[in-house]
Design a protein around this ligand. Structure first.
Ligand SMILES: Nc1ncnc2c1ncn2[C@@H]1O[C@H](COP(=O)(O)OP(=O)(O)O)[C@@H](O)[C@H]1O
Ligand SMILES: [Mg+2]
Length: 250
């Protein structure tokens, strides 16, 4: 088996106010692996992602990237985080400048910087928005601009927090196809279970800060009892093909 890109052992984290947000979270992510992170509101999905980026420090347990422990105060190398709220992520006057900020962050300057920005914009299909003020973008465009700003830093692991929330159908579909075409490993927190099914062979269910299931997407999301216990429903596309659910009463 390939060495994990990221591995946590028994992470525990208490948020301000004494809320126990993560308990005993152990998981490994292989290079290029796509994993869905599913759980009710307040389960700890965002907290876990912030912990994996190094933004929040766990109170206990360990986090390794490429086998090396993440030292206190460091931001995880090669890990990109797409915030749930695009407004929290965009702060430069224009889209291109915002993406350039990320490129500068990883030390790019001059032509290399310009080239990286152009490439990131093209990759998410927003070249035409380069000079637009970020506050004039639609919600979907903002999300794509944020994604370009994350991709420009050449992450090997993308943490996507509710990436399809508030996207219209066309932008949602565009996002799915975009993510499907990427080689980067991804952890996708989402209530959009159909998106998770389309993109992620593996699903982790988290509730009250604890991993309660980790396995093949169809097995986990298709487990009606498990899903109900954690405030979820089996996605329609998994029940649709179940002929027992379509038996006609005679
Ligand atoms: N900034 C914060 N300060 C204190 N507690 C927080 C903060 N953000 C979230 N929490 C709490 O941490 C727990 C996990 O929240 P969160 O990670 O945001 O869940 P999810 O992303 O799964 O909805 C919840 O109990 C939530 O109320
Ligand atoms: Mg969240």
């Amino acid at each position: 088996m390939t060495a994990p890109l990221l591995e946590t052992r028994a992470l525990g984290l208490t948020r301000p106010g004494g809320i126990r947000a993560l308990t005993d979270v152990s998981l490994a992510i292989a290079p290029g692996e796509r994993i869905g992170l599913v759980g009710p509101n307040g389960a700890g999905k965002t907290t876990l992602m912030m912990c994996l980026t190094g933004v929040l420090r766990p109170g206990s347990g360990s986090l390794h990237i490429d086998g090396a422990p993440l030292s206190a105060g460091d931001i995880a190398p090669g890990v990109g985080f797409l915030f749930q709220q695009a407004e929290d992520q965009l702060f430069s006057p224009t889209v291109a400048e915002d993406v350039a900020f990320g490129a500068r962050n990883i030390g790019l300057r001059g032509d290399a910087l310009d080239h990286a920005v152009t490439r990131a914009l093209a990759r998410v299909g927003i070249t035409a928005l380069a000079d637009r003020p970020v506050h004039h973008l639609s919600g979907g465009e903002k999300r794509l601009a944020c994604l370009a700003g994350v991709l420009v830093m050449a992450p090997r692991l993308l943490l996507l927090d509710e990436p399809s929330a508030a996207l219209d159908l066309r932008n949602r579909r565009r996002l799915i196809e975009l993510l499907r075409g990427m080689d980067e490993a991804m952890l996708i927190a989402s209530h959009d279970l159909e998106l998770v099914l389309e993109l992620c062979p593996r699903v982790i269910v988290i509730d009250v800060g604890t991993i309660v299931a980790d396995g093949p997407a169809r097995t986990v999301l298709g487990d009606a009892a498990l899903m109900a216990r954690h405030g979820q429903e089996v996605p329609h596309s998994l029940t649709h093909h179940d002929h027992r659910a379509h038996r006609h009463v005679r």
